[in-house]
Design a protein around this ligand. Structure first.
Ligand code: CTP
Ligand code: MG
Length: 238
């Protein structure tokens, strides 16, 4: 059944989904690869549409797949699909340009984080609503982190208590994200990085292990397992 979005919601979600998925190995663009029989993008959009504040979803699709992605998502939720760009940042900018007048909060969410719980979408949006102009979901580092030189010789041990691994959705006051993209120079892999360059404070909220980014075949196998066990695996903050 097609999900309804919330016409009174204050959140637009941009979904960059135009990447090739080179690290996943040969095959279709990553957003269209199957996880438990359905494309990653379908999993991601279904969970976004289940978040109560979401008013608009804009997907940036691979240029050659725009029509196919429209058809694929039509039964899932009312979604706008635009052609993405050569870099993630260009895909985000293309999606941002398609957001209608209305939503004051914009979330940017990787299609590759296909199992992200709707509750995480809501907690990021709530932090923006409460007054933070830029919000990122993060997890603590679990491994010991070393800094090395070009010859793989250890330079030192980094204090991991001050480090965080960053996920999506990243949330922004709409005007703040628009200004950061308008001023953007070099391509960055995350939108909070653009906003940081503008001097805007970025606030962290607890992320979710289920918001893992499916990057390599191992991640896909892990996601298959998580789905097969009904996402019941107890993990931190999920
Ligand atoms: N993305 C995008 N446009 C690009 C590059 C990436 O919309 N030109 C999207 C991807 O589709 C993905 C998200 O940005 O949902 C995070 O990127 P990543 O995980 O690196 O995906 P890919 O770029 O597809 O993977 P790879 O780097 O292995 O090719
Ligand atoms: Mg990439």
């Amino acid at each position: 059944m097609t999900a309804q979005l919330n016409p009174r919601g204050d959140v637009a979600v941009l979904v960059p989904a135009a990447g090739a998925g080179v690290r996943l190995g040969p095959g279709r663009p990553k957003a269209l690869r199957l996880l438990a029989g359905e494309p990653l993008l379908v999993h991601a959009v279904r969970r976004l549409a289940a978040a109560a504040s979401v008013h608009t979803i804009v997907v940036a699709a691979p240029i050659a797949e725009v029509a196919a992605v429209r058809e694929l998502l039509a039964p899932i939720a009312p979604v706008t699909v635009v052609p993405g760009g050569a870099e993630r940042q260009e895909s985000v900018a293309a999606a941002l340009a398609a957001v209608p007048v209305g939503p004051d909060i914009v979330l940017v969410h990787d299609a590759a984080r296909a199992l992200t719980p709707p509750a995480l979408v809501e907690s990021v949006a709530a932090a923006v609503r409460s007054g933070h102009d830029a919000v990122i979901p993060v997890l603590p580092m679990v491994d010991t982190i070393k800094e090395v030189d070009a010859d793989e010789l250890v330079l030192g041990t980094v204090d991991r208590r001050a480090l965080r691994a960053v996920q999506t959705p990243q949330g922004f006051r709409r005007s703040v994200l628009a200004a950061a993209h308008a001023a953007a120079g070099d391509a960055l892999t995350d939108d909070a990085g653009l906003v940081e360059k503008q001097g805007v404070p970025v606030f962290c909220v607890p992320g979710s292990d289920h918001a893992l980014k499916i990057t390599r075949p191992f991640d896909l196998a892990l996601a298959e397992h998580l789905l097969a066990t009904g996402l019941r695996t107890r993990t931190l903050n999920s």
